[in-house]
Design a protein around this ligand. Structure first.
Ligand code: KIV
Length: 275
C-alpha cells in the first residue's frame, strides 16, 4: 500500500532552529501528540513537524480525569517508544506535574533523565513567572524548553474548571507578560491553550519565537491537537477547538464487530489464511 506524503514534505529532521525558520518564513507548524511507536511512525510518515509526548497520556492512555498523576517513569516509557517511530519530527517530552516545580536542581535532573534515557530533543513545562528561572537554567545547560501558557492542565485543581483562560483583561495581561518572560528565559516556542483568538494573535505578534495554539485561534504560528481527539478515537470529549478528521472509534467498533461475527460464523480464518 502506498502512503501519500504532503507535497511540501521535507526529508530534513525538524529541529528547534527549523521551527524558528518556519515562523520567520511564515510557514505554519503542524504538531500532534503521540504516546507509542506505531502512531508516531504514522504521524512522522505523514509529515508532521512536531510530536509531543504530552502528559495528556494520563487521560488518553491511563484513563484518569487529569494529568496530575503522570510520573516521570511513565513519560520516559512512552517517549522512548515515540522517539523510535519518529525519523523526521521533533519529539518533545512533557515534564510531569511535580517533576520541575520543587527546585531548579530537581528540574534539571529530571529534564536530563528525559533527554538521556528517551532521546527526545526537547522538554515542555507549564507556567509563567514561577518557572522562568528554571527555564533559564535548563536552556543555559543545553536543554531546549517549550513553554505552555493559558489553560495549563496541571493547575486544574487551582483553576477549578477547564474553561477558557485570559478572557478578562487582568488575566490576559498576565498571560502576555508571562509569554514575554518565557521568551527572555530562552524557550524556543510556547503552547497557548484555550485562550481567545484575539489574545493568541496579540501574543504571537509580540514574540519573536513561534506560538503553537490549541484552542487559541488561527493566528498562532502552529497548531497542536491530541491525536486521539482529531482522529475520533475519543468519543466523550468534544470541545469546539477539536476538528475531527476521522471517526476511528466507529471504524474500530465496526471492524471488531465484524471480526467477532466472522469467528462465530466460522468464517475466520478461511483456507487462504490457514497453513
Ligand atoms: O499534554 C498534552 O497533550 C499537551 C497538549 C495538549 C499541548 O500539553
Amino acid at each position: 500500500m502506498s502512503i501519500s506524503k504532503p507535497s511540501n514534505f521535507l526529508n530534513k529532521r525538524v529541529t528547534t532552529k527549523r521551527l524558528q525558520e518556519m515562523k520567520d518564513a511564515g510557514i505554519s507548524i503542524s504538531c500532534l501528540t503521540a504516546y507509542d511507536y506505531t502512531i508516531a511512525k504514522i504521524l512522522d510518515n505523514a509529515g508532521i513537524d512536531v510530536i509531543l509526548v504530552g502528559d495528556s497520556l494520563g487521560n488518553v492512555i491511563q484513563g484518569h480525569d487529569t494529568t496530575i498523576s503522570v510520573s516521570l517513569e511513565d513519560t520516559v516509557y512512552h517517549s522512548k517508544a515515540v522517539v523510535k517511530g519518529a525519523d523526521r519530527a521533533l519529539v518533545i517530552a512533557d515534564m510531569p506535574f511535580m517533576s520541575y516545580q520543587v527546585s531548579t536542581k530537581e528540574a534539571i535532573r529530571n529534564a536530563g533523565i528525559l533527554m538521556k534515557e528517551t532521546g527526545c530533543s526537547a522538554v515542555k513545562l507549564e507556567g509563567g513567572e514561577m518557572v522562568a528561572d528554571t527555564i533559564s537554567q535548563l536552556t543555559k545547560i543545553g536543554i531546549p524548553v517549550m513553554g505552555h501558557l493559558g489553560l495549563t492542565p496541571q493547575s486544574i485543581n487551582q483553576f477549578g474548571s477547564y474553561k477558557t483562560r485570559g478572557k478578562d483583561k487582568k488575566e490576559a495581561e498576565e498571560i502576555k507578560k508571562d509569554a514575554l518572560l518565557l521568551q527572555e528565559s530562552g524557550v524556543f516556542a510556547i503552547v497557548l491553550e484555550k485562550i481567545p483568538a484575539t489574545l493568541g494573535k496579540e501574543i504571537t505578534e509580540s514574540l519573536d519565537i513561534p506560538t503553537i495554539g490549541i484552542g487559541a485561534g488561527p493566528f498562532c504560528d502552529g497548531q497542536i491537537l491530541v491525536y486521539t481527539d482529531m482522529l475520533g478515537l475519543t468519543v466523550d470529549f468534544n470541545p469546539r477547538f477539536v476538528r475531527k478528521y476521522a471517526n476511528l472509534n466507529e471504524t474500530i467498533n465496526d471492524s471488531v464487530s465484524k471480526y467477532i461475527e466472522d469467528i462465530r460464523n466460522g468464517e475466520f480464518p478461511n483456507e487462504e489464511e490457514s497453513y
